[in-house]
Design a protein around this ligand. Structure first.
Ligand code: ADP
Ligand code: ADP
Length: 230
């Protein structure tokens, strides 16, 4: 049974269509890169699969749950307990230290402070930034802040990690280091990863690439290239 499926998912913002009937299945533990031009619907697809947005038509399932038919309360609980979300780096809370930033999702989920801090330190260590536990984001490099942000997305041990342009705010070297660690750790834990990116270096880390064009799956990317080159 796949981890996540979309069946004929249609979604628009008012009169702007974003998804025009997308069907796909993502296996447990699979690392999938969603690529395509700006405005093609990548972020919208991620939002539908993560249960943030309800499609106008079609359905989204997670295991045997039809999340597209669930209410906001159920979906927000699902996002908190089973999903991790990672947007462009640099969204750490500036007033909090690294360990406090990483502990935050657990504290918000009602875990005891001592337990949350211990788990946070374990995840900082896993991304080799344990030495920065009491450092605030303003004193970190972009790459360091990136690793802390990944640790925070993983601390609740999500089954699925949704990452939208996770290296967008980083230079090439820092981005590749963060990606390599993200892939290593998610493989170890068997986490399913959906990675939205327009960067071919980032999509190369995936097991599979799903290309989106104009709100639909782009099944024949080679033909587009051929028509461009004449
Ligand atoms: P991508 O992630 O590939 O850049 P998006 O999913 O963000 O694509 O956008 C798909 C389409 O939906 C685009 O035409 C975009 O302009 C439009 N869109 C995205 N977000 C919004 C929004 N909040 N309000 C209105 N239109 C939006
Ligand atoms: P992305 O990085 O996914 O391509 P953008 O940089 O185009 O997204 O958009 C940044 C923010 O603006 C997102 O929250 C997106 O939903 C929103 N947005 C995108 N297109 C539109 C639009 N046409 N109208 C209103 N909001 C939009």
């Amino acid at each position: 049974q796949p981890a996540l499926t979309a069946r004929s998912v249609v979604m628009s913002y008012g009169h702007t269509p974003a998804l025009k009937g997308i069907s796909l299945a993502i296996g447990k533990g699979e690392i999938v890169a969603v690529t395509g031009p700006s405005g093609s619907g990548k972020s919208s697809l991620l939002l539908c699969l993560a249960g943030v947005v309800t499609p106008d038509a079609g359905e989204v399932t997670f295991g045997d749950r039809r999340i597209s038919a669930e209410g906001e309360g159920q979906r927000s609980r699902l996002r908190r307990t089973e999903f991790g979300v990672l947007f462009q780096f640099g969204q750490l809370v500036p007033e909090l230290t690294a360990i406090e930033n990483v502990a935050l999702p657990l504290l918000l989920g009602g875990r005891r402070r001592s337990e949350a801090m211990t788990a946070a330190l374990t995840w900082l260590d896993r991304f080799e930034v344990g030495g920065l536990a009491s450092t605030r984001p303003s004193s970190m490099s972009g790459g360091q802040a990136g690793r802390v942000a990944v640790a925070r997305a993983m601390v609740a041990e999500p089954k699925v990690l949704f990452a939208d342009e996770p290296t967008g705010a980083l230079d090439t070297l820092a981005g590749e280091q963060v990606m390599a660690q993200l892939i290593r750790v998610t493989r170890e834990s068997g986490t399913t990863v959906l990675l939205v990116t327009h960067d071919a270096r980032v999509s190369a880390y995936g097991d599979r690439e799903i290309r989106i064009r104009d709100g639909q799956l782009d099944h024949h990317p080679a033909r587009h290239l051929a028509s461009v080159s004449g």
